[in-house]
Write a protein that binds this ligand. Sequence first.
Ligand code: SAM
Length: 217
Amino acid sequence: MATNFGETEAYLAEQRLAHEASQILGSVGLSMEELGKKKKVLDLGAGTCQVERAARAFGLRNVVSAGMHFPKEAKAAGLDYVEMDAAQPWKFEKSSFDLIVSRKGPLFHTRTKDEAVFMLEEALRTLSPEGELRLNPLRFGFIKNEMFAKYPRFADLEGQVRHMRSLHDQKEWEKYSLEANLETASRLRSLGYDFSTALPENTSDPIENRGYLVFKK
Ligand SMILES: C[S@@+](CC[C@H](N)C(=O)[O-])C[C@H]1O[C@@H](n2cnc3c(N)ncnc32)[C@H](O)[C@@H]1O
C-alpha cells in the first residue's frame, strides 16, 4: 500500500502547531474560537509565532506577532510580525488592539519595576476601551530579580536546568516561584493597577506557570 509521507508529515506538523497554540492561548484562559471573535490581537513576545500561524490555519487574519527578533522559522510564512523592544515606546497607535496576549513575554523578562510599569502603560494605551491584556505566568522578571537578591538560593536554583534538578531542589524552586507569583500580584496592586487573576485547574501547565493576570482598560 502506497503512503504519502509528505502529506502525513504536513498533517502532523499542523496538528502540533494547533496543539502548541492552544496551550499558549489556554495559559491565558482563551481558545482559538474566542480569538476569532476579536478584531485585532497582539501576541506580545510571540516566540516562533505559533498563535499567529495556527490562527491563519484556522482562517483568521487578526493576529499580529511581536518580539525582539523575527524568528527564521516564521520569516518564510509571510506573517504580520513586528520587531520591537517593549521597553521602548511602542509604534502602535492607541486603541490598536482589543486583545493583547503574552505567555512568558516581555513582562516575564523585565529587569526593573520601571521597565514593567512602562510596558504595562504601553499595553494599556494600545488597547481599545473594551480591550484586555492577558499575561501568563503570574510572576514578572523584576520581582524574581528582587527575590534573587533576598534569597540567593532561588537564583542558584533558577540557574539550574529544570530536568537536572533533584526532586528536592525542584520543590524548593517551585516554592520560591509561587512566592514570586504572590509578590508580583501584591506589588502590582500597590502600584495602583487593577486586574484579576485566574488559576485554571484543568491544565497540564506546571504549578508555577499556572494562572494568568487580566487587565482591562
Ligand atoms: C520565552 S519566549 C516566549 C514565546 C511564546 N510566547 C511562548 O509562550 O512560547 C520570549 C519571547 O518574548 C520576547 N521578548 C522578551 N523580551 C522582550 C522585549 N523587551 N520586547 C519584546 N519582546 C520581548 C522574545 O523576543 C520572545 O519572543
